[in-house]
Ligand binder design. Structure first.
Ligand code: FES
Ligand code: FES
Length: 177
């Protein structure tokens, strides 16, 4: 069967079998950041976004992507690099196998729960397994990244508020005539 969907913002078409997995499809289409780990929905390595929500591509049929938006690490490179700086500063950088899925989940969490507590972070990222390191440096990096994002949000809000007041002043002067 033939399906059409958006992959990292670009419209694509693909010929698939009814049992093709999303993991195999995105890799065939060149998104090699998506890794094959346990293939039993236990490690998080294969995480991609479907319409902006994280899913395990090893246990998602490719046909579910039809007409929808699929995002892989290749589609969020700038954000991934920004978060990568936080990981590196905390000594939390990980290998090329577990990092892509972990980063996709962190970036999804920032959107879904911008002010996530430590417990919420742990719960959200519980499905991302690393076989060789601890999790504390990654946790520190995630918390600092969330704080930085919240700070950016506050700056934007302050800027919007100022712009709003300025706009109100202009509209007020016009409205008084
Ligand atoms: S490869 Fe998909 S969860 Fe492990
Ligand atoms: S650093 Fe990637 S599995 Fe441990």
């Amino acid at each position: 069967m033939n399906i059409a969907f958006r992959l990292n913002g670009k419209q694509v078409q693909a010929e698939i079998r009814p049992d093709t997995l999303l993991l195999d499809l995105v890799r065939q289409l060149g998104c090699l950041s998506v890794k094959r780990g346990c293939e039993t929905a236990n490690c998080g390595l294969c995480t991609v976004w479907l319409d902006g929500r994280p899913v395990l591509s090893c246990s998602t049929l490719a046909v579910r992507a039809a007409g929808r938006h699929v995002t892989t690490l290749e589609g969020v490179q700038e954000e991934a690099e920004e978060f990568g700086m936080f990981l590196a500063r905390e000594g939390g950088e990980q290998c090329g196998f577990c990092s892509p899925g972990f980063i996709m989940n962190v970036l999804a969490m920032v959107r879904e729960i911008p002010g996530a507590s430590e417990e919420e972070i742990k719960e959200y990222l519980a499905g991302n397994l690393c076989r060789c390191s601890g999790y504390m440096s990654q946790l520190r990096a995630v918390k600092k990244y969330l704080d930085a994002k919240a700070g950016q949000g506050a700056e934007t809000a302050a800027w919007d508020a100022k712009a709003g007041l300025a706009a109100e002043a202009v509209c007020g002067a016009e409205g008084g005539q």
